[in-house]
Design a binder for this molecule. Sequence first.
Ligand SMILES: CC(=O)N[C@H]1[C@@H](OP(=O)(O)OP(=O)(O)OC[C@H]2O[C@@H](n3ccc(=O)[nH]c3=O)[C@H](O)[C@@H]2O)O[C@H](CO)[C@@H](O)[C@@H]1O[C@H](C)C(=O)N[C@@H](C)C(=O)N[C@H](CCC(=O)O)C(=O)O
Ligand SMILES: Nc1ncnc2c1ncn2[C@@H]1O[C@H](COP(=O)(O)OP(=O)(O)OP(=O)(O)O)[C@@H](O)[C@H]1O
Length: 523
Amino acid sequence: MTSPVRMRPEHPESRRVDELLSTFSLVSAGRPADPDATLTGVTLASSEVVPGDLFVAVPGLKVHGAAYAAQAVAAGAVAVLTDATGAGDAAHLDVPVLVSDDPRSLAGPVAAWVYGAPATELVTVGVTGTNGKTTTTYFLDAALRAAHALTAVLGTVELRVGEEAIESPRTTVEAPALQAILALARERGATAVAMEVSSHALALGRVRGLTFDVVGFTNLQRDHLDFHGDMDGYFRDKARLFASGQARRGVVVVDDEWGRRLVAQSPIPVESVSTHVGADVAADWTVVAADIGLDGVGSSFVLRGPDGAEHDAASPLPGLVNVSNAALAIVLAHAAGVDLDVAIDAVAHAHEIPGRMERVIERDERWPLALVDYAHTPDALVLALEAVRPITPGRLVLVFGSDGDRDQGKRPIMGEIAARLADVIVVTDENPRSERPEVIRSAILDGVRAIRPDLTDVHEATSRAQAIRDALSLATAQDTVIITGKGHEPTQEIAGVFHRYNDRDVLQAAYAAGPDQRAEQHA
Ligand SMILES: CC(=O)N[C@H]1[C@@H](OP(=O)(O)OP(=O)(O)OC[C@H]2O[C@@H](n3ccc(=O)[nH]c3=O)[C@H](O)[C@@H]2O)O[C@H](CO)[C@@H](O)[C@@H]1O[C@H](C)C(=O)N[C@@H](C)C(=O)N[C@H](CCC(=O)O)C(=O)O
Ligand SMILES: Nc1ncnc2c1ncn2[C@@H]1O[C@H](COP(=O)(O)OP(=O)(O)OP(=O)(O)O)[C@@H](O)[C@H]1O
């Protein structure tokens, strides 16, 4: 995977180590700070150190970063910021060691300081929620692009500044990497940034040191309970984005109780958006009518603003959830200073988003329609299947699995959903990680069996690529094949190894091999 190291300013500002000490009231351990020593960057990972960096050594869930301080210094780190425990390990190093009670929380503010507070020169918008962050962020970027000459978009799919993009290592990068990217964006002349903010990022302080101009909330659904404990804990972590000092104002979708709770308790001013037509939820912005296009291309809807004026709008992706994402993106862009009509028009014409209801094979007389979607939670799976049903004259063929080392409870639930809403099911692997893949598949199949005890039209494939080929060979041209769970992901993680793998590539290779090959497989 490409590292975010490349996303750094070419001409960084420099800061003196002794100033860092006084600005953040740090205690010095080990060698005293040389008054001439300067810092030009910050990192949390020894493997990403660039000469001139401050290495922030934090206590992790697995190891203490201070164990890698010597490696960081060998790679060019000029100082180490750590806690009292880490200071013991780092004291012998030939660089100043600065001590704080909570170096992880300081990493963002310190990086913002080193890079010269880049966010203050950018319009910054952050989007959180279980589902829809990526989609909303891309819709939002389309609207920001209509008003700004250059923008950046940061999230699960990629880290993009203008036309320069790299694969993203995760949804929200570590705080120092984020500040470096913001500094690069500013250096390149970008004036607006749309980014996804995961609950892990909020829990681990990755957006500290950045005050967003506007933040958005999509929804809260069951996910990541392995990390956050329960839904209340998950909500508390998400709600951290809506805090004074973290954001100036917010926009919240109030379709679920969590959104309504967030509005009720938010310490920052928020606007609410209700997107379920007829739900009768009081909100500042309301989707009062929606025409969910049966062509699977998109939907049109009417958005009523706080002044009562009604606006014709559209989502370029199918399904009700994308009406919700489009409405949120429009209101976020407007709150971030984009003219409302400009935002509505730009969102309606937003480009396709990798792995989000992405149509890879179009239906013709020989091929089924085949799509890739990132749905990997029970609710998202329901929505994805419901979105494609109206555009499926024949049977709905679903290929899916569930991640290893992640929430185990959702496996049978997703199996049940598949059995209820799809006609033909191919259960396969997602990212098994350290778990045995057959154990994961078996948990999913338990759920399938609860609805379809005889397992009619249910298949199991040990290789995901084979599962996709199987699905294509099972499908007729009237059917729709939908592959959920991995979306744009460029790798599959099996037993600690990341294999290059992408659902879209497999579909395209099968398509390139031709329908005859498909028929042969069928035979
Ligand atoms: C659960 C979680 O988020 N863990 C994060 C946490 O890891 P950790 O506390 O276990 O760190 P550790 O491995 O003990 O290492 C401690 C410190 O030593 C450093 N280190 C470690 C080894 C080394 O060789 N050199 C080195 O410098 C590490 O960079 C780290 O700073 O801190 C590390 C950096 O400080 C993160 O890289 C790591 O994210 C891991 C990789 C991860 O997979 N996170 C996922 C779950 C995540 O954040 N996902 C969300 C999206 C979720 C979603 O919505 O789907 C995301 O934003 O991507
Ligand atoms: N507003 C929404 N409500 C519920 N489900 C949605 C919504 N938007 C998208 N989805 C479903 O969730 C899946 C993930 O969408 P998207 O990638 O936009 O979300 P995300 O928040 O970025 O997810 P992740 O954090 O896992 O990367 C989509 O493939 C779709 O099936």
